[in-house]
Design a protein around this ligand. Structure first.
Ligand SMILES: C[S@@+](CC[C@H](N)C(=O)[O-])C[C@H]1O[C@@H](n2cnc3c(N)ncnc32)[C@H](O)[C@@H]1O
Length: 249
């Protein structure tokens, strides 16, 4: 049988928030490829699919690949190319490889780097992508705050973005989503207020969404300076320009 590479979104945390298509692919793949930022760090994505893998009659081969979270572009590129080579060789030998990634593979995911390297180096490789529930929509559901209605514009902003650019982007949006935000949330409030968001605009901060440790804070922008914020990488803030009465308030 022809080999192929499948990028699978495993959802935001709750193992039940995974598509049927993803489950079937995980049950059938020859190899499960797990991206890790460090060899000694456990993979959250793997924890989420472990139950599905444990139920297989024939265990899959596990392939761990390291994708360090650094800004060294040249070093990273060399590593992605190396990882792409490992995958391409296995696909050429007829294996089906399932690459698991948190949330959705096409939304700020390690998968995208690998996908690009594979396309550059092995353009004929058979590749599929199975979407997943993103942290974006999962956090909106946990906070019980809509991401957008009617004509509203939503902007998604990585929080280490330059302050001026955040201010400029926020001017053109009705709703903002900040990812990687917990460490900087208090500093972001005056920035978005300069862009037209108000003291009574609604904000939600969701940490470890749909995981057992989930924490949801909902309030007004003016409340945030009094919040006791846990600086967890797995945090998303949603800010709505208009005040919204969430079930969580
Ligand atoms: C590299 S991005 C990965 C996004 C992922 N591909 C997705 O579709 O949600 C990592 C950021 O996503 C957000 N994130 C991912 N999972 C989350 C969760 N369960 N709860 C809160 N934030 C999460 C955090 O802002 C984190 O810093």
């Amino acid at each position: 049988m022809a080999g192929r590479f499948i990028g699978i979104g495993v959802g935001p945390g709750d193992p039940e928030l995974i598509t049927l298509k993803a489950v079937k692919a995980l049950q059938a793949a020859d190899i499960i490829c797990i991206p890790k930022s460090h060899a000694n760090k456990p993979s959250l994505a793997f924890t989420m699919v472990k139950n599905i893998l444990d139920q297989r009659k024939q265990p899959a081969e596990i392939l761990e690949l390291i994708f360090p979270m650094t800004k060294d572009e040249l070093g990273n590129k060399a590593l992605w190319t190396k990882n792409a080579g490992i995958i391409a060789e296995k696909v050429a030998s007829g294996k089906v490889i399932a690459f698991i990634t948190l949330g959705d593979p096409m939304f700020y995911s390690t998968f995208i780097y690998l996908y690009q390297s594979l396309k550059e180096e092995y353009p004929k490789l058979h590749l599929e992508i199975i979407p997943g529930v993103t942290s974006l929509t999962a956090c909106a559901a946990s906070a019980k705050i809509p991401l957008a209605e009617k004509e509203e514009v939503v902007s998604v902003i990585p929080s280490d973005f330059d302050t001026k650019l955040i201010e400029e982007t926020a001017k053109h949006a009705d709703n903002l989503v900040f990812i990687k935000c917990a460490y900087r949330l208090k500093e972001l409030i005056p920035i978005v207020e300069r862009s037209g968001f108000k003291e009574n605009s609604t904000i939600a901060l969701v940490r470890r969404c749909t995981m057992p440790e989930e924490e949801v804070l909902v309030g007004k922008l003016s409340d945030v300076q009094n919040w006791n914020i846990c600086e967890d990488y797995f945090s998303v803030a949603i800010i709505k320009k208009r005040a919204f009465i969430s079930d969580k308030l």
